[in-house]
Design a protein around this ligand. Structure first.
Ligand SMILES: NC(=O)c1ccc[n+]([C@@H]2O[C@H](COP(=O)([O-])OP(=O)(O)OC[C@H]3O[C@@H](n4cnc5c(N)ncnc54)[C@H](OP(=O)(O)O)[C@@H]3O)[C@@H](O)[C@H]2O)c1
Length: 285
């Protein structure tokens, strides 16, 4: 049997680059996408030297453009929708342009990518789609409204999709990282307004959260190498996370993410228990 083929998006740096190199070390084949090969020259060189190939794809391209690029690859065994970024700003002040860009990058681009990979996966009766979300989808902090919304949309679509494609032997895995030491915060700083421009009436909590994010750059607890290992294992059913394959719809990465998700799930269950009676009170007699 020939080596499995992975398509991994957003491989100019961070989790995507580390995962691409991890997969290549395992002897699998990788098609890695970057926005711009010239700007991502260092990553392109690393991936190509390790035996991978690189294509240019921006997640904001049209459905037709993404579709033709993905379908040109042919066989894809693992699609990892990794590319993404976050804007941090008060919900009230986010412009139409910024809101549209956030949703296009983190939701519509990944949607068009997976749609394009599905016909080949259905024909081969196998495949895994990995959608990299965030703990922010389950526990949205202040300042993260649009980022959280984009990842929550990706998660909801993933859960529905998983049920649609299960009969075709295709799996869908949502990955929920906490804070990982990548380029994420520096990209976020570029996409977000300067915290000093946040209106005073939103400084607490929005300004506080933005300032806190900016100070964690380079100090995040999450190691992308270990995160990439767990993703590889959960996809291939090998190693430490191998037992999760097929048993979880979400792969939580980082004890910070695990703690936040546990707390928000407990709150959710508590709120449900408060309203069992009122929920049931709305049926016709
Ligand atoms: N690191 C964290 O703390 C953290 C936490 C939760 C979730 N995540 C998620 O993990 C994923 C990987 O992020 P990371 O931490 O590795 O951050 P990163 O180092 O900033 O990498 C993000 C990647 O996405 C690419 N990208 C951004 N916008 C794009 C677009 N419009 N089209 C194509 N590619 C685009 C970037 O390319 P350029 O270099 O061209 O910008 C880069 O390759 C993201 O989906 C992110 O939301 C990260």
């Amino acid at each position: 049997m020939s080596a499995p083929v992975w398509l991994i998006t957003g491989t100019s740096n961070g989790l995507g680059l580390v995962l691409a190199l991890r997969v290549l070390r395992a002897g699998h084949r990788v098609v890695a996408s970057v926005r711009n090969k010239t700007k991502a020259a260092a990553a392109v060189q690393q991936i190509e030297q390790a035996g991978g190939s690189v294509i240019e794809m921006d997640m904001t391209e049209s459905q037709a453009s993404i579709s033709s690029k993905v379908q040109a690859i042919g066989r894809i065994d693992y699609l990892v929708n990794n590319a993404g970024y976050s804007i941090l700003a008060p919900c009230e002040t986010i412009t139409e342009k910024d809101a549209t860009l956030q949703l296009a990058t983190n939701f519509f681009g990944p949607l068009y990518t997976l749609q394009a990979a599905l016909p080949a996966m259905r024909a081969q009766r196998s495949g895994t789609i990995v959608n990299v979300s965030s703990v922010a989808a389950q526990d949205p902090l202040p300042a993260c409204s649009l980022y959280s919304a984009s990842k929550a949309a990706l998660e909801a679509a993933s859960e529905s999709l998983a049920k649609e494609v299960a009969p075709h032997n295709i799996r869908v895995l949502i990955v929920e990282p906490g804070n990982f030491r990548t380029n994420f915060v520096s990209a976020l700083a570029q996409a977000s307004p300067d915290p000093t421009t946040v209106p005073p009436h939103y400084d607490d909590p929005v300004g506080n959260v933005i300032r806190k994010f900016l100070t964690v750059h380079g100090k995040q607890m999450g190691d992308p190498e270990k995160g990439a290992d767990r993703i590889f294992e959960a996809c291939t059913g090998t190693g430490m996370a191998g037992h999760l394959t097929g048993n979880v719809s979400r792969l939580v990465l980082g004890s910070d993410a695990h703690t936040r998700m546990k707390k928000s799930s407990e709150k959710f269950v508590h709120e449900l228990s408060l309203q069992e009676e009122t929920a049931a009170s709305t049926a016709f007699e």
